[in-house]
Design a protein around this ligand. Structure first.
Ligand code: AMP
Ligand code: MG
Length: 347
């Protein structure tokens, strides 16, 4: 495994592996994907088995040419055309009614198919070499944080894939925004780099899936994958939310208590706050001045803590302006929705 753009021969070999029904992990601009031929039901079944993923949780089909879209969907609504024009290639997945050639194994038994056209040049070259349609969920063991480096893929799936293409660290670090076009009004099923506001600017009315808004309610999210606990580190994670000073004080008090018992906590801080935590294993996720750094490092930080003997992990909250919705969606899932709300003491 070497980072950088793979040579022609490596890509041709990877393409052959996919055409013959094998699995290749590869970088995209969002996270690393575990690729198989999307039109081959046995390849999709291999993907589910390798990840330990429940087979009712459909895969996203990746294309690398706009014209390929019409081959795998039964219909392209006007809104989907507009979004494709604006955001493809890019971190956007659209759910559309599927064409017959897409096997039910790939779509988790559904009549719709999720499609994305990634912007990463390695991903595009691989998809073309494979014949045009690559099913690729995130290349992690089901339930673990998604991989943002080839090393993460190796950790989780090293033995289960035929090849891993190393393209270095990904740029975005959170999975694509998913927009469902199978209903009258487009619905966001998973927040991502492209925010609800950006979608509304382009499409007008766009709804957020109720299952995402009411995380603790009984409303089932429409994307089957969103109902599972996900991204979880091994130690118990809680999010501490409130004014910065109150959050720092609360986390320091948990950390000090743990220390008295001979334990150590993990702390997910930012460049701006990390010096303020004297106890525990402190990691900065990025800078609040640049929310993209927070998104990019989230999964890496969660994975990193698995290497330490920490009794619990406390994270600051990251309701940043544009990607905050996506970052907090993943962090809340990783924490199993455990939030501690704190307030500054009145003087
Ligand atoms: P991942 O492959 O790990 O990025 O996850 C893909 C997400 O897309 C999961 O949450 C799936 O449930 C969701 N998804 C894929 N296809 C569909 C579909 N046809 N309808 C609704 N959600 C889908
Ligand atoms: Mg995933």
């Amino acid at each position: 495994m070497t980072a950088g753009h793979p040579d022609e021969e490596t890509l041709a070999r990877a393409g052959r592996i996919l055409k013959e029904g094998g699995l290749v992990a590869f970088p995209t601009e969002t996270v690393y994907g575990l690729g198989g031929n999307a039109l081959d039901p046995r390849a999709s079944m291999k993907i589910y088995a390798a990840k330990g993923r429940p087979s009712d949780n459909p895969l996203i089909v990746h294309i690398a040419e706009m014209e390929k879209l019409s081959e795998i969907v039964a219909e392209i609504p006007e809104g989907a055309k507009v979004l494709a024009e604006k955001y493809w290639p890019g971190p956007l997945t659209m759910i559309l009614p599927k064409a017959d050639i897409v096997p039910k194994e790939t779509t988790g038994g559904l009549d719709s198919v999720a499609v994305r056209f990634p912007s990463d040049p390695i991903a595009q070259a691989l998809i073309k070499a494979a014949g045009g349609f690559v099913a690729a969920p995130s290349a992690n063991t089901s339930g673990r944080p998604s991989p943002t480096t080839a090393g993460h893929v190796e950790e989780d799936l090293g033995d289960a894939v035929d090849m891993i293409i190393d393209g270095g660290q990904v740029g975005i670090g959170l999975e694509s925004t998913i927009v469902d076009f199978t209903e009258e009004i487009p619905v966001v099923l998973r927040p991502g780099y492209i925010s609800l506001e950006m979608l509304r600017d382009t499409l007008g009315e766009v709804r957020m899936d109720q299952g995402l808004i009411k995380s603790d309610s009984t409303v089932r999210p429409k994307a089957p994958g969103m109902k599972y606990r996900h991204y979880a580190p091994k130690a118990d994670l809680s999010i501490v939310e409130g004014d910065t000073d109150a959050v720092v004080a609360a986390i320091n008090s948990y950390a000090a208590q743990a220390e008295k018992q001979g334990l150590q906590v993990g702390i997910i801080a930012t460049d701006e706050t990390m010096e303020r935590y004297p106890y525990g294993v402190v990691k900065s996720i990025g800078s609040r001045e640049d929310e993209e750094t927070i998104a990019r490092h989230l999964y890496e930080v969660l994975r990193d803590f698995d290497q330490y003997q920490v009794s619990a992990i406390y994270s600051e909250a990251f309701y940043t302006p544009r990607m905050g919705q996506a970052i907090m969606n993943r962090l809340l899932k990783a924490a199993g929705h455990k939030i501690i709300k704190v307030q500054e003491e009145k003087q």
